[in-house]
Design a protein around this ligand. Structure first.
Ligand SMILES: C[S@@+](CC[C@H](N)C(=O)[O-])C[C@H]1O[C@@H](n2cnc3c(N)ncnc32)[C@H](O)[C@@H]1O
Length: 329
């Protein structure tokens, strides 16, 4: 079940059945969920509440309740009330600078209510699955496999890192020439043992070549990263994880590159070139674009110099365009 209702500055979504949800809506649901999880992390850190994980919300509810005293529990329950929803949404954005314990506890109640009772988690799970729906292009690794096998004529690939993996049954997993595949995702929604719950941005750097990869797959992930700078940081990190001549498969919703004021397919490929990646393949369907790059041997991008990719440049401006872009730090 997917849901939608009024929109707030923090992307608040509430329950109403939606069958054919647009990609922009699924992105909003996923972003909203990530926002709730990250604010909760900050709040439980400040309140020193322990044993809060991302996999079992029922246990989280029990854990929080156990660690609050009577008055705190009252504040926590008050957070569930809808009356102050607008105020709480504003407070969500100020968690970093708030030290009032009771305010934080009420906000925690509000967040837990959004995640558990108001469909935040189930919306997130449905929205993530919709991304892999056949109508949205299906499992993008089918095309990747075709490129590797038919176009590059590879006979073996040792190590693959799949970032943002929703299923360990993707086409690439059945691909015989791949020897080892590591799958990571911010939320392992199905508790699939073959997917590690990990933020790529916090993944420890490889200690040596044996921990690096021949291929990174990053399908429909960059567009879920919240800010242009964080997207740039993600691309920069690819270099640390790839072997020389390693490949990067990137999939983006087409509007990111054909309907943005600040980015198009040329500027995206120039950015990748600046980072040391040569474009090998590019193809578009009416909704999605697929790209395969290869790391240039021995190249390491000069990230100390401020480049043209560190500032937003308007390329076009028409009504209905979006503001997707990627910036380097
Ligand atoms: C729409 S899904 C894409 C799933 C699949 N790769 C596909 O092509 O359909 C985007 C996924 O990227 C994951 N994601 C976003 N940022 C991430 C990060 N920094 N590290 C790991 N996974 C991330 C999200 O958790 C989400 O499940």
């Amino acid at each position: 079940m997917l849901s939608r209702k009024r929109q707030t500055i923090t992307g608040k979504q509430v329950v109403e059945r939606v069958k054919n949800i647009k990609p922009s809506k699924t992105r909003k649901i996923i972003r909203r969920f990530h926002l709730l999880i990250s604010k909760r992390k900050a709040i439980v850190g400040k309140l020193k509440i322990k044993n809060i994980g991302d996999n079992d919300e029922e246990s989280n509810v029990i854990s929080i309740r156990k660690q609050l005293n009577g008055r705190e529990l009252k504040m926590y329950n008050e957070g569930f009330s809808n009356d102050k929803a607008d105020e709480r949404e504003k407070q969500l954005l100020k968690v970093k600078v708030t030290d009032d314990r009771y305010e934080l506890i009420a906000l925690l109640g509000y967040i837990m209510n959004e995640i558990v009772n108001k469909g935040g988690l189930s919306n997130y799970q449905s929205a993530s699955r919709v991304g892999q729906d056949n109508k949205r292009g299906g499992d993008s690794s089918k095309l990747l496999v075709k490129w590797l096998l038919d176009d590059l004529q590879l006979t073996s690939i040792d190590r693959v890192l799949e970032i943002g993996c929703l299923s360990s049954q993707n086409h690439i997993s059945k691909f015989k020439i791949v020897n080892g595949i590591e799958r990571i995702d911010l939320q392992n929604i199905n508790n699939d043992k073959k997917i590690l719950k990990q933020d790529f941005m916090e993944r420890p750097l490889p200690k040596g070549p044996e921990e690096k990869f021949d291929l990174i797959s990053c399908s429909l992930v960059l567009n879920f990263v919240n800010t242009p700078l964080d997207r740039g940081r993600m691309l920069l990190r690819f270099n640390d994880f790839l072997l020389d001549r390693g490949y990067v498969f990137i999939v983006l919703p087409l509007p990111c590159l054909n309907n943005s004021r600040y980015m198009n397919s040329d500027t995206f490929c120039q950015l990748m070139k600046h980072l040391g990646f040569e474009k090998l393949q590019y193809t578009e369907t009416h909704k999605i674009c697929y790209m395969l790059f290869q790391r240039t041997m021995g190249y390491s991008p000069n990230c100390n110099s401020v480049s043209t990719f560190s500032r937003k440049t308007k390329l076009s401006d028409k009504p209905g365009m979006n503001n997707f872009t990627i910036l380097l730090p």
